[in-house]
Design a protein around this ligand. Structure first.
Ligand code: GLY
Length: 452
């Protein structure tokens, strides 16, 4: 069988890797992919091949010419642009929602209203199209808020605020300075919740639901809480798309999984299948908060796997991913058996840190960051530790170089969480990003508290 993964980040590399592990699959294509993938064992053997295709029609033609059996679309933008619709019309089997259903992620206000209507717990929220009205609201409510761009923002469109000036600045950043482009024409202002974040996934096949009985913890803030110096320098502990992750989440218990399914997943799925009449086929990601009183709240819904959550959940999942994918297409998810191995996994993301620019300094991700830094030490990483590439490029002289803020994921497994943490950290320090403008010092940065 042949699979094509559409995407270029760590999650998409991981999806390609998992399909490559399937007993049914002998070829995985990934497009646009990234040059790092060709440096991995499956890339070198040609089991995973990066292909360059210019547009969705070329993807559709490629799938027909190469008799691709299944296409998995990793990220929200191609879903919103209708890649699934184009492929399905051409008779290719796909995983991922049709364009119209991406609204669940691309229109927070729509989804919050839907959840509220069906009684699924969500934080208090209000929606604004006008920055002055939004500011007047945050000046009056008295509690802390999270200001969110209404549209797609690659998982980064939420600004967590300490106080009113913070909230006003966030409104300006999103609505006036357009930090997330037109996605910020409208904002959703939500009550800030405290507690434990949970990333929970369920597969849907248009008729059934397969909630994964395993969940992960993402670390969105850019810096460790005790890294006061960086937090001050960046004007706050900015939210990123994720700086690391671990699985199983320390809160995974059968009873909590059942509660999530009963209180959140089932009413949601019932609404979209039966009230909206949507034959949604793909994954739904529920971003949840469990507060100290054990109340659950949904703070986001996404129409794709989380990144980096998928990188750790996928390694723990022993069920063949191709079998899940085919069940999503065939409407047979009720027949799938979930099997989980007994390991713990930790993913630490290597980011672009402070580096020397031709003039002055780059602060590093999530601020302005440099690129083109040679990636060294990959061959020293222990066998069994997975590297998934994200923001990388290839240079004719230097080989693999950095290109994005989040460069690569180091994922280690062990029979204990502490063991997995130790292994991930002992390997990430073997890798460096050569800062050619600054005595070849390393400009790789990572958070030190992932899994704690
Ligand atoms: N890890 C957050 C996201 O995928 O949106």
């Amino acid at each position: 069988m042949k699979v094509l993964v559409y995407g270029s980040g760590g999650r998409d590399h991981c999806l390609a890797d998992s399909y490559g592990d399937s007993q049914h699959v002998d070829k995985v294509y990934i497009t646009p992919g990234n040059p790092g993938i060709s440096y991995t064992p499956k890339g070198k053997r040609g089991l995973i091949e990066v292909v360059k295709l210019e547009n969705f029609n070329q993807v559709a033609d490629f799938c027909k010419e190469h008799e691709v059996d299944l296409v998995d679309v990793g990220s929200e933008n191609p879903l919103e642009e209708g890649l699934i619709d184009i492929l399905s019309e051409r008779g290719t089997r796909t995983i991922g929602p049709k364009k119209d259903y991406v609204k669940l992620e691309s229109d927070r206000a729509f989804t919050d209203d839907l959840l509220k209507k069906i009684g699924v717990p969500i934080p208090e929220y209000r929606v604004f199209d006008d920055p002055d009205q939004a500011k007047a609201y945050v000046r009056n409510i008295g509690y802390q808020v999270v200001v969110k761009a209404n549209g797609l923002a690659a998982g980064k469109g939420a600004i967590v605020c300490e106080d009113v000036p913070d909230a006003e600045a966030a409104i300006d950043q999103i609505m006036v300075q357009k930090a997330f482009g037109d996605s910020g024409n409208r904002v959703v202002i939500e009550e800030r919740k405290y507690g434990d974040e949970i990333s929970f996934f369920a597969y849907l096949d248009g008729k059934h639901v397969l909630p994964l009985r395993m969940f992960a913890r993402d670390y969105k803030p850019a810096f460790d809480p005790d890294d006061k110096e960086s937090i001050e320098k960046f004007g706050g502990n900015l939210n990123t798309g994720g700086t690391g992750c671990y699985c199983p989440h320390r809160l995974v218990t059968p009873w909590l999984v059942n509660r999530i399914i009963k209180e959140i997943v089932n009413p949601f799925v019932n609404e979209i299948y039966n009230a909206l009449g949507w034959a949604y086929q793909g994954v739904v990601y529920f971003g949840l908060n469990l507060d100290p009183y054990e109340n659950l709240d949904v703070f986001e819904i996404n129409v794709r796997h989380g990144d980096p959550e998928w990188e750790v959940i996928a390694r723990k999942l022993s069920t063949d991913l191709f079998e899940i994918g085919m069940a999503v297409c065939d409407g047979t998810l009720d027949e799938v058996k979930q099997v989980w191995n007994d390991q713990h996994y930790v993913d630490v993301i290597a980011m672009e840190g402070r580096s020397k620019a031709s003039r002055g300094w780059n602060k590093g991700y999530p601020g302005r960051y440099g690129k083109g830094h040679r990636i060294l030490g990959l061959d020293d990483v222990e066998r069994g530790v997975a590297i998934y590439f994200a923001g990388v490029d290839e240079n004719p002289e230097k080989g693999l170089v950095t290109y994005g803020g989040r460069v690569l994921h180091v994922i280690a497994g062990d029979s204990t969480l502490e063991g997995a943490r130790e292994k991930a950290y002992r390997n990430i320090v073997k890798i460096s990003f050569e800062d050619h403008n600054n005595k070849n010092d390393s400009c790789l940065r990572f958070r030190k508290t992932i899994g704690l």
